[in-house]
Design a protein around this ligand. Sequence first.
Ligand SMILES: [Zn+2]
Ligand SMILES: [Zn+2]
Length: 145
Amino acid sequence: MPGKLKNCPMCGKIFADMGTHVCRDCYAKLQKKESEVVNYVRDNPNSKIPDIVEATGADEKMIKRMIREGRFVQVGVPITYPCKKCGAPITQGELCARCMTEMRENLQKETAKITAAKQAAKMARGQGMHSMREQGNTFKAKPKW
Ligand SMILES: [Zn+2]
Ligand SMILES: [Zn+2]
C-alpha cells in the first residue's frame, strides 16, 4: 500500500504516511525520545509518569502508550500507573490483574446466565410439548372413563 499524503500531526509538514502516522523527521525524533525515556526509566527505576515527563520532556500520552506496549517491562523496569477501574498500580494493559479476573468472571457469569436462560427456554418448550402430549394422552384415555 503506497503511503497516503497527509500533514504531520507534530510539525504540520506534508508527508507520505507509511504507517508511522508522523513524518520521517518526527518519527526519528519520537524514536529518539522513546529511547531517552527508556534510558531514563532504566536509570531511575522508581520514577512515576510525571517524573519522566519532567525529566525527558516526553508526552504523557506517549509514555502511557509505551507502558501499554510493555516497553518498560521489556527492559526490566516496570513503571506502574493506576488501573483504569480501581486505581491499583499496574505495569501493563488497562486493568490490574484483579480487575481483569473480575471482568472475565463477570463475562463468564453473563455467558452462563445467557446459556441458562437459553436452556430454560428450551426446557420450557420441551415441557410444553410434553404436557401437550400428556393432554393428548388424557384425551385419549377419556373414553375409558
Ligand atoms: Zn513531522
Ligand atoms: Zn483494578
